[in-house]
Design a protein around this ligand. Structure first.
Ligand SMILES: Cc1cc2nc3c(=O)[nH]c(=O)nc-3n(C[C@H](O)[C@H](O)[C@H](O)COP(=O)(O)OP(=O)(O)OC[C@H]3O[C@@H](n4cnc5c(N)ncnc54)[C@H](O)[C@@H]3O)c2cc1C
Length: 436
């Protein structure tokens, strides 16, 4: 029998467990360990609450978790409750699938002012992440800014621009829904250092901005290169640019009271305010020959009492695990960190790619594991039994997939009308449901 530990129950962890299950069949036991009693990583805590259809992929993960050879071990924080070195002693291989939950910093003066929040925090707040339940982002001003030109920036701007009715069918948490409804944000400015051709926004997410009930996109036609330049773009990307061009030529819809303003060629240089964020000082840029943004020296102000930075994520360091500082991920060669230690998903590749990108990634790493530890060979590691003994000795009470099912049932039972569930957002609430 072989024993594997997959640390992290997001998409990458589940796809890897699925692939290991296929490669080893009954000859392996796979523990999927997560710090929380609720699985799925960013599918629960990242993907926008008004994008419910995307979350349906978790049904596939449930089937993996229900497999005979797979066990979900929740409520165990690797690095605190048990170390990576201890896991590599207990299991034949350990696969780190912990994602990239930390915001990258802008590195500009004023970033520490109240009112400046990272997108991981803001997204975590409206998605019921326990670490950010108490965030309380300032929504009482009229102007917000979102820094970044990717889909997460679009998610943040859209969530700030919807009315209560538009959240029907979503699983946005109650505290965020109430706060957004009470809030008074009228203008959300999305800033990008480069131009429309350099965005990382996909057509579906951009297109949604054209169908909001009370908000309208504002795009300046002068920001675009000549139309012919679009021909060189990859088709999906070209579609995104066409949507932006359409927004520019249609002009803002005057019947809508909120505006989502695209500010391209805009490099934030400073955040100012009296004890809290009040405005961004932005430098106008142009593209140099290599396509990088170059400051022109011209600056201007963008008013904003809430500033969400959405410029990428990082994997946290873990003791004894080599780290790639530049990439903000574990140092690895095709997923291998060291003998018996691997990384998958965002912890391997950095924070890029969709949910689906993690599937080939997980399968590839599982293949490397199966090459290094051939199926049919026997090992002498204690695996899950060894982990259970260690956790018991330390008073750590792990949770099971059935426990998750109990939490999910309670969340569904508590759902407000029109919502699939009312997410419980405190660690203590989860444990209370389990009678602990
Ligand atoms: C805001 C946002 C919105 C997104 N929206 C979309 C979308 O609409 N469509 C799409 O296709 N993709 C979307 N993505 C991308 C998608 O979520 C990622 O590709 C995917 O979640 C990465 O999977 P992962 O398993 O590597 O990491 P994660 O999903 O982050 O999973 C990591 C898991 O590891 C656990 N963990 C972390 N540290 C520890 C520890 N020390 N011990 C134990 N467990 C630990 C976490 O609890 C978590 O369960 C979005 C991403 C973000 C940030």
């Amino acid at each position: 029998m072989r024993h594997f530990a997959v640390v992290g129950s997001g998409p990458a962890g589940f796809y890897t467990a699925e692939a290991l299950g296929k490669a080893y069949g009954e000859a392996a036991r796979i523990d999927i360990i997560d710090r929380y009693p609720v699985p799925y990583g960013l599918i629960r805590f990242g993907v926008a609450p008004d994008h419910q259809s995307l979350k349906a992929v978790s049904k596939r993960y449930d089937q993996v978790a229900a497999g005979e050879s797979v066990r979900f071990v929740g409520n165990v924080n690797v690095g605190e409750d048990v170390s990576v070195a201890e896991l590599t002693d207990l299991y034949d291989a350990v696969i780190l699938a912990i994602g990239a939950p930390h915001d990258r910093k802008l590195g500009i003066p004023g970033e520490e002012l109240p009112g400046v929040v990272g997108s991981a925090e803001f997204v975590g707040w409206y998605n019921g992440h326990p670490d950010f339940a108490g965030l309380s982002p300032p929504l009482d001003g009229t102007h917000a800014a979102v820094i970044g030109n990717g889909n997460v920036a679009l998610d943040c701007a859209r969530i700030l621009s919807k009315n209560r009715h538009e959240f029907e069918g979503s699983d946005i948490v109650g505290h965020a829904l109430e706060a957004l409804e009470r809030g008074s944000i009228e203008t959300v400015t999305i800033l990008g250092r480069r131009g429309p051709h350099q965005i990382s926004m996909t057509p579906k997410e951009l297109g949604e901005l054209g169908h909001l009930e009370i908000a309208t996109p504002v795009v300046d036609a002068a920001d675009f290169p000549p139309l012919e330049a679009d021909q060189a773009l990859e088709p999906g990307h070209r579609k995104s640019i066409t949507i932006l061009r359409d927004f520019a030529s249609a002009g803002p819809d005057a019947s809508k009271r909120k505006r989502i303003v695209f500010d391209f060629f805009a490099k934030p240089v400073r955040i100012e305010g009296d004890g809290k964020a009040e405005r961004l000082i932005v430098e106008r840029t142009v593209l140099d020959e290599s396509g990088a943004a170059k400051g022109t020296g011209e600056t201007y102000e963008v008013p904003a009492s809430l500033i969400v930075t959405s410029i990428g994520y990082q994997t946290p360091r873990m003791e004894g695990v080599p780290y790639d500082q530049r990439g903000g991920k574990f140092a690895n060669e095709q997923g291998k960190i060291a003998d018996g230690l691997y990384a998958v998903g965002w912890a391997r590749r950095g924070p890029t790619g969709t949910i689906g990108t993690n599937r080939p990634d997980g399968y590839e790493v599982a293949e490397h594991v199966a090459t290094a530890i051939p199926a049919g060979s026997d090992g002498d590691r204690p695996g899950g039994a060894g982990l259970d003994a260690l956790l018991q000795e330390r008073g750590v009470r792990a949770t099971s997939f059935d426990d998750w099912r109990a939490i999910e049932a309670a969340e569904i039972a508590a759902a407000r009308p029109g919502s699939p569930r009312e997410k419980f957002v405190r660690h203590g609430d989860w444990l209370k449901i389990l009678g602990r």
